[in-house]
Design a protein around this ligand. Structure first.
Ligand code: NAD
Length: 390
């Protein structure tokens, strides 16, 4: 496909603006031409508002519209970015796929497996290029971990992320006008997110898949909020304990919490292989492994077992960097017609989405083990696949 690729973007909220910032840089490199920005709420197309998020933004020659049809039919882009809340899809992705428009879709692609399966089928049938917004696969430290683990027999992964419910921010969708929370903090709402496992846990689960391969089964138990603990529609569970079973035999354990009045976050992320343990801290990665003559005559000291990990430093903000790189990778894959270099095509991302939705299903069945293959096809799970909110 010829450069510059013509780009349309649907949804100019938190994530859409981050994409626009990256696309603005790629436009200055001649890779793309941003042709249309669409949002169903005119306030989010306001020039000054966009400028405050995208340095150097200028609306000249860009069509602004609140109409999806105008975006895809009259302005027909080569690539469409979809960054709208996951419960608000109304066939946009499928229509664009049927027109042969390549698609960059934000995670989670839907909250409902039936809808996601239809999206996947439309993408396959149209033979278009697709990518899902798992930009953490492009962080240098996560690429280095992938390389480091590639020759090891990984046996366990552990991720604990405790944060406070007040950590969630006010979003750009005027949710109060479409049946959502009055404070616009939709990431605390189960109807809007699926749960925090689907909205946020999916990033870590997808990284595990990048390092360790596909998930086969899931078991989960949550502690749900009681009706009197729900404030302004914030009804996602207090806590989550989720086990993911991988095809490779690895078992991973994710513990999450979203409590009120804590105002503090805690993160611990460790990967264990048969002869060592990798600890991913915010600022550095260390691993514990004894590489000397075995067995040692005396117990090894810290200098013999504790090693740190060299990771290429990123000067920019890490989210800006990885958001730019995931787009660059996708767009260059289209231009050079190299679908295999896309790290998260839609069909690959289906395993990540199914796994986190399976966690919700498992919790609703008292922690039963859910095999993803069954969840996607078995009649008994049909009610768990259906679209429930419009
Ligand atoms: N990859 C990441 O790290 C990351 C980070 C944040 C959000 N996200 C994902 O991006 C998606 C969007 O989230 P957000 O944080 O930008 O939300 P947001 O509410 O801030 O923005 C959504 C935008 O879409 C617009 N919109 C809503 N419904 C629409 C419709 N039907 N048609 C057109 N426009 C519509 C809203 O007006 C708003 O401008 C979600 O799926 C979210 O999970 C991903």
């Amino acid at each position: 496909m010829n450069t510059p690729l013509r780009i349309g973007l649907l949804g100019l909220g938190q994530r859409g603006l981050q994409h626009l910032k990256a696309l603005w840089l790629l436009q200055s490199e001649g890779l793309v031409k941003i042709t249309t920005l669409a949002d169903s709420f005119p306030v989010n197309l306001n020039d000054d508002k966009i400028k405050s998020f995208v340095p150097g933004y200028c609306q000249d020659n860009i069509k602004l519209t609140t109409s999806f049809e105008e975006l895809i039919i009259e302005n027909r882009p080569d690539v469409l970015y979809l960054a709208i809340p996951p419960n608000l899809h109304h066939g946009e992705l499928i229509k664009a796929a049927q027109m042969g428009i390549n698609l960059f879709v934000e995670k989670p692609m839907s909250l409902y497996l039936d809808e996601a399966l239809k999206m996947e089928a439309a993408i396959k049938e149209a033979c278009i290029y697709s990518a899902v917004g798992f930009q953490q696969r492009f962080e240098p430290r996560n690429e280095a971990v992938k390389e480091f683990l590639s020759d090891k027999r990984v046996v366990q992964a552990n991720y604990t992320f405790h944060t406070h419910i007040e950590f969630h921010n006010v979003k750009h969708t005027p949710t109060e006008t479409v049946g959502g929370p009055s404070n616009r903090i939709w990431t605390t709402s189960r109807a809007w997110t699926g749960t925090s496992a689907v909205e946020n846990g999916i990033h870590t689960l997808d990284l595990w898949r990048y390092w360790l391969g596909d998930v086969v089964w899931v078991q989960a138990n949550y502690v749900n909020r009681l009706p009197n603990e729900v404030i302004e529609g914030a009804d996602n569970p207090h806590t989550y304990n989720i086990f993911f079973g991988f095809e490779s035999g690895v078992i991973a354990n994710m513990a999450l919490s979203r409590l009120r009045r804590v105002y503090n976050s805690y993160l611990d992320h460790q990967i264990l292989w048969n002869e060592g343990r990798l600890v991913l801290n915010q600022d550095k990665i260390v691993f514990y492994h004894y590489d000397g003559i075995y067995p040692p005559e005396t117990l090894p000291d810290d200098s013999q077992i504790c090693h740190s990990f060299n990771v290429t430093q990123v000067n920019d903000n890490l989210l800006d960097y990885s958001t730019l790189e995931i787009s660059r990778n996708f767009l260059e894959s289209i231009i050079t017609q190299s679908p295999d270099s896309i790290r998260s095509p839609f069909s690959d991302a289906m395993n990540s989405l199914t796994a986190v939705i399976a966690a919700n299903v498992s919790d609703s069945m008292d922690g039963a083990r859910i095999y993803l293959k069954d969840l996607l096809t078995d009649k008994k799970y049909a009610p768990h696949r259906e679209k429930k909110y419009s």
